[in-house]
Design a protein around this ligand. Structure first.
Ligand code: NDP
Length: 479
């Protein structure tokens, strides 16, 4: 199936008529083609967005809100089609796409449909000066949204929804590895009555189509989710043009387990926080630190539970772990497993490719647990972004905190304890944008979302996103 760019409300071929193969990772075969867009396509998308902006930025909040709600509704109605497309494109279990990815994409639109009607600006009375300051929150203009392949529609819409709710027009690029649901979103936007040009979706490679978005002198803000190196490159490119930047980058998140936790809940949640979506979630807890007194028990129980996970075809309802997203990514993840031994690690479970019946060329890998004895190794310092976790024991709260923070990333941390003082002390000191205590991946869309250190700059979510996608302008009136 060939997919097309969505520009000015129409589905069009790339100007240079160049195409890229799109793979189904669960069988390792090409199943379609996507535009290999160039600077010319981005310019065309920019022009469409720029023309739509004056009128879209003046639509009433009710009007914007009802179109966004309609998009949310249509995503819900098309759950099955979208989930199947996501699973085929990405390799994730269909059950996960149905339960998480697609419902969340719908919630993203519904959330910002509601939020924009509640977003208030500020007024400051300058007492004694007979003056009042009124701060407007105006849309920025044409903005760029670039997203990765791991949660394709979920993260794509997490940027687009607040951008258009705030009155901007968008040039967006999904990952070239998982373009299908972004393509289907274009059809949904037309059906919902989104005016043409408000959202433009251009497919293609990061270093050509993506690069043309970040380097475009008139695209005034970039909301990006992806790897830390790409984020650094975007910052270098965009900074001299003074673009607004929101960068949601990689993670190497600690999962810290104290002996006083609710053990069963911790164990079942740790299976998810380690291997959900084949470990390809930026928030996965890939470094597991366990208090010494329960380390041996945890090791035994964890290995047993992980050995029961079923690696298989994403469409099979029994599957827990699907395929990795691409051959290239599978090789990258495998290269970390290959260095385990020289790093002093011991593979407690997994480590091998899995040949799945009827899908022998798919990119399957066993969920893998590696015991390490130091936090300094590459396995504990670099983002692997696959079904690989390390485990290590600690003796004291101080040691756990040091290990958790001893990494360049600072996205999220998970803490398992029933001690209130420890909860508060650790939460204060952990270098992360998000701390989950006795839970994982529980998201309230009103809360700020983002990372510290090499995990990014800025926050998404709630009013933070609407602040990012608007420019404050203060008007001072003396009377
Ligand atoms: P990449 O950084 O490789 O790519 C992300 C997006 O940027 C893709 O659409 C990519 O296009 C595009 N891109 C690549 N180069 C450029 C460029 N020069 N200019 C503009 N755009 C470019 O990340 P991955 O897709 O591999 O995603 C995995 C990463 O994303 C992991 O590090 C993960 O931690 C992070 N992530 C962070 C999250 C967070 O919220 N903090 C959430 C989810 C993932 P193309 O695919 O065509 O190369």
């Amino acid at each position: 199936m060939n997919i097309k760019n969505y520009i000015n409300g129409e589905f069009v071929n790339p100007i240079k008529n160049q195409w890229i193969d799109n793979y189904n990772p669960s069988i390792g075969e090409v199943y379609g083609q996507i535009p290999n867009s160039t600077e010319e396509d981005i310019e065309k998308a920019y022009q469409a967005a720029n023309e739509a902006f004056p009128s879209w930025s003046k639509t009433t909040l009710d009007e914007r809100s009802s179109i966004l709600s309609k998009i949310a509704q249509l995503i819900k109605e098309k759950l099955d089609v979208l989930a199947e497309a996501e699973s085929k494109d990405n390799g994730k279990p269909l059950s996960l796409a149905k339960a998480v990815d697609i419902p969340r994409a719908s919630s993203n639109f519904q959330f910002f449909a509601n939020a924009i009607t509640q977003f208030a600006s500020e007024a400051h009375e300058s007492v004694g000066f007979n003056a009042i300051n009124l701060t407007l929150r105006q849309p920025i203009g044409v903005v760029g949204c670039i997203s990765p392949w791991n949660l394709p529609l979920y993260l794509f819409t997490w940027k687009i929804a607040p951008a258009i709710a705030a009155g901007n027009c968008v040039v967006a690029k999904p990952s070239e590895v998982t373009p299908m649901t972004a393509f289907l979103l274009g059809e949904i936007c037309n059906e919902a009555g989104l005016p043409k040009g408000v959202l433009n979706i251009v497919h293609g490679l990061g270093n050509s189509a993506g690069q043309a978005i970040i380097a475009h002198p008139k695209i005034k803000a970039i909301s990006f989710t992806g790897g830390t190196n790409t984020g650094a490159h975007i910052a270098r490119t965009a900074a001299p043009m003074f673009k607004k930047l929101s960068l949601e980058l990689g993670g190497k998140n600690p999962n810290i387990i104290f002996a006083d936790c609710d053990y069963d809940k911790m164990l079942s949640t740790t299976i998810k926080s380690s291997f959900a979506n084949q470990g390809q979630i930026c928030l996965c807890g890939s470094r597991i630190f366990v208090e010494e007194s329960i380390f041996e028990k945890f090791k035994e129980d964890f290995v047993k539970k992980v050995s029961e996970l079923k690696v298989g075809i994403p469409f099979d309802s029994e599957t827990n772990v699907g395929a990795l997203v691409s051959k290239q990514h599978l090789e990258k993840v495998k290269s970390y497993i290959n260095i385990a031994e020289e790093e002093g690690g011991v593979i407690l479970f997994g480590g091998e490719r899995v040949s799945v019946n009827g899908a022998e060329n798919g990119y399957y890998l066993q969920p893998t647990i590696i015991q390490v004895d130091s936090n300094k190794c590459k396995l504990n310092q670099e983002e692997i972004f696959g079904p690989v976790v390390t485990i290590m024991s600690f003796k004291t709260q101080e040691e756990a905190l040091t290990l958790a923070n001893d990494v360049s990333y600072g996205l999220s941390a998970t803490l398992w304890t029933n001690n209130l003082n420890r909860t508060m002390q650790m939460s204060q000191e952990l270098q992360a944008g998000i701390v989950w205590v006795n839970t994982w991946l529980m998201r309230d869309l009103r809360t700020p979302f983002g990372g510290t250190k090499a995990s990014g700059v800025g926050r998404e979510g709630g009013f933070e996103a609407l602040r990012f996608f608007t420019e404050p302008k203060n008007i001072c009136i003396q009377y």
